[in-house]
Design a protein around this ligand. Sequence first.
Ligand code: NAI
Length: 254
Amino acid sequence: TPENVLEQFQMRDKVVIVTGAADGIGLAVTEAMAEAGANVALWYNSNDAAIEKAKSLGEAYKIKAAAYQVDVSQAEQVSRSIAKVVEDFGKIDVFVANAGMAISRPILEQTLEEYQKQMSVNVDGVVFCSKYAGEVFKSQGFGNLIITSSMSGHIVNVPVDQPVYNATKAFVTHFGKSLAREWREFARVNIVSPGFFDTKMGANPLAINEAYRMAALGRQGHVKEIKALYLYLASDASTYMTGSDVLIDGGYVL
Ligand code: NAI
């Protein structure tokens, strides 16, 4: 770790995979890594704007950047794509398991398929990505996993009922903490728990109003305000951080 604090944030020659990289928080995180000099693998599912984005980031920051279409709820696709990134980039320094989705309705109004969809993306997706990235981390002898959870994994936030979503986030938070211990000899694992952010997922007017009413800062977060936290956790600025769950919620959970 460099003595100079700004140099600790340098990501040059590191390889970072981000899931959900085409939108919202994942896109902001991918930009942060590229701006700090990392080579980036953008994993996207439905939004193929990631392909153009990889091209423009590669040119702007003179880094290696490529897009991969991966449905994180499919174990076989995850395992194959991790192998492909290792083949293309030579290693994986950081895996950001960020992709997620919510169906914001009471459980009594949800179908079993809606329940299963949320479990498969938010729980299976994070478990599959962690497991296959972890195998690479172990064989390399280094690695860094960052999981995007939510403040909804801490508290049952109002105003929308989203019991399954909330529980998936509690799962990934505790799963990540458990991995920090299991992988202590070769990798760090940390969790980010955002509050209300201004993404597609956060575009719900009820959420915007709730942030205005109940967050201490009285508004939603902009995705540019989450970039530095991920950069901190991904870089050598945070070599003593593992198993932490960092809330970034404008003072909602107080
Ligand atoms: P978003 O909806 O803008 O982006 C989510 C991304 O995940 C999209 O690119 C989507 O294509 C991708 N994705 C969905 N299903 C996928 C699958 N099966 N395989 C691969 N990719 C898939 O939402 P946002 O806000 O950027 O969400 C990112 C993460 O942040 C999610 O895990 C979400 O739960 C979490 N979060 C967001 C909050 C907010 O207020 N925006 C608050 C707390 C947590």
